[in-house]
Design a protein around this ligand. Structure first.
Ligand code: AMP
Length: 411
């Protein structure tokens, strides 16, 4: 299919072609006609599928189409609610690109930065607002934002929004919008609570599902390392020195873990930036930009801080800690191996994370290949015994039967 078959207006198509998109992605092909037809949509799609354009293009089309006759010009007619600040910024950037040849105005508001400049822009009037829930409600409380003219409401990354505890805010925001409106809900996963939210908000929705997200796992080469928890840092340094090159995204489960690893890597002369929820918005944006610009080649992040962020040209993902939700693993590794390039995901599993491997393998319907030849495989106590075996047939002590038994002992 070609974009020109999607009934989009010339100014929008022009911007799309300038981005060198040749054809719509699956989610775009399925979602754009539904949104243009005014339907409510519930779509399961993760980042990297082109989901932002799947809602941005038809929203622009609908607003652009009515613009000349609409008395509500420069009133918020489309509202996109996003769970994280980085994601909100990214969505706004896409809207700016696609709306380049229209005179529709878009802006983004999010917490963690000064509210005054956001107020100034809003007072001048915008057609499309992208917002994180907290700041949006703040602005509404201060009567800077009026949601009474919203025609299209988008809830992006709904599963993350609920995981982050935004359910009440989201429901409040929805009630502040007119009853008669079009609602679109995008979510990477569809747990019961998202389905419940969809039932509350959407009217007779059309369902769109792009190729199950687990297929992302197929295009990424996987390597699993069983390693004692205290040795993970050493394994990471070892791999960075010897094996993993290029742009690397490292995931840790906790903010503290991100900080600790960042300090260690900096001490070892690596160029590193990091993202987590406790950092000020400006610091997070600087970190993300320095990674995107290539000033640093390693970014360490928690899942929440990095979810939905589109980073091109990733060579590798390191799962320094394994996520306890298997879908999160698929999101993480989906960042690499994009657009036909081979990516590699390195996953570290300590004894207490073994059950996570089981659920990940179940979800991706395949085994994660294990590298059992790295130097941190055995517990420190077990290792010398293996190396004492001089004259053994096994040149590498760690491949011996004794070592295999020891391996079993802890993972
Ligand atoms: P998203 O899933 O919205 O985060 O989009 C992932 C990336 O795909 C973004 O960098 C988009 O600019 C890009 N993209 C979106 N639609 C297309 C398309 N039809 N062809 C090529 N790239 C696209």
């Amino acid at each position: 299919m070609h974009f020109s078959e999607l009934a989009l207006n010339k100014p929008i198509l022009k911007a799309v072609f300038e981005k060198n998109y040749e054809s719509p992605t699956q989610i775009q092909e399925e979602t754009i006609p539904l949104v243009l037809a005014g339907k409510d949509v519930i779509a399961s799609a993760q980042t990297g599928t082109g989901k932002t354009a799947a809602f941005a293009l038809p929203i622009l089309q609908r607003l652009f189409h009515q613009q000349d006759v609409n008395k509500n010009a420069k009133k918020i007619r489309a509202l996109v609610v996003s769970p994280t600040r980085e994601l909100a910024v990214q969505i706004e950037e896409e809207f700016q690109v696609y709306s380049k040849y229209t005179n529709l105005r878009t802006t983004v508001v999010f917490g963690g930065t000064s509210i005054a400049p956001q107020k100034d822009i809003l007072k001048k009037g915008v057609d499309i607002l992208i917002a994180t829930p907290g700041r949006l409600l703040d602005l509404r409380k201060q009567e800077i934002v009026d949601l009474g003219h919203v025609e299209i409401l988008v809830l992006d990354e709904a599963d993350l929004m609920l995981d982050m505890g935004f359910i009440d805010d989201v429901l409040k925001i929805e009630r502040l919008c007119p009853e008669e409106k079009q609602s679109l809900l995008f979510s990477a996963t569809m747990p019961a609570k998202v389905v419940q939210l969809a039932r509350t908000i959407l009217k007779d929705p059309e369902r769109v599902e792009v190729t199950p997200s687990v297929s992302a796992a197929a295009s990424v080469r996987q390597i699993l390392y069983y390693v004692p928890k205290p040795k993970k840092i050493e394994l990471c340094l070892h791999l960075l020195r010897n094996t993993i090159k290029g742009n690397i995204l490292i995931f840790r489960r906790t903010k503290n873990g991100v900080d600790k690893l960042e300090q260690t890597l900096i001490k070892n002369n690596y160029k590193v930036a990091s993202l987590h929820g406790d950092k000020a918005q400006s610091t997070r944006q600087v970190a993300l930009n320095s990674f995107k610009n290539g000033d640093v080649n390693i970014l360490i992040a928690t899942d929440v801080a990095s979810r939905g962020i589109d980073i091109d040209g990733l060579d590798a993902v390191i799962n320094f800690d394994l996520p306890n939700i298997p879908e999160t693993f698929v999101h993480r590794i989906g960042r690499t191996g994009r657009a036909g390039l081979e990516g590699i995901a390195y996953s570290f599993c300590s004894a207490d994370e073994k059950e996570y491997v089981t659920s990940i393998q179940k979800l991706i319907k395949g085994a994660l290949p294990v590298d059992d030849e790295h130097p941190y495989l055995l517990s420190p106590k077990a290792k010398p015994q293996v190396h004492k075996k001089k004259g053994s047939k096994h040149k590498k002590g760690r491949k011996s039967e004794a070592s295999k038994k020891n391996k079993k002992r802890w993972y």
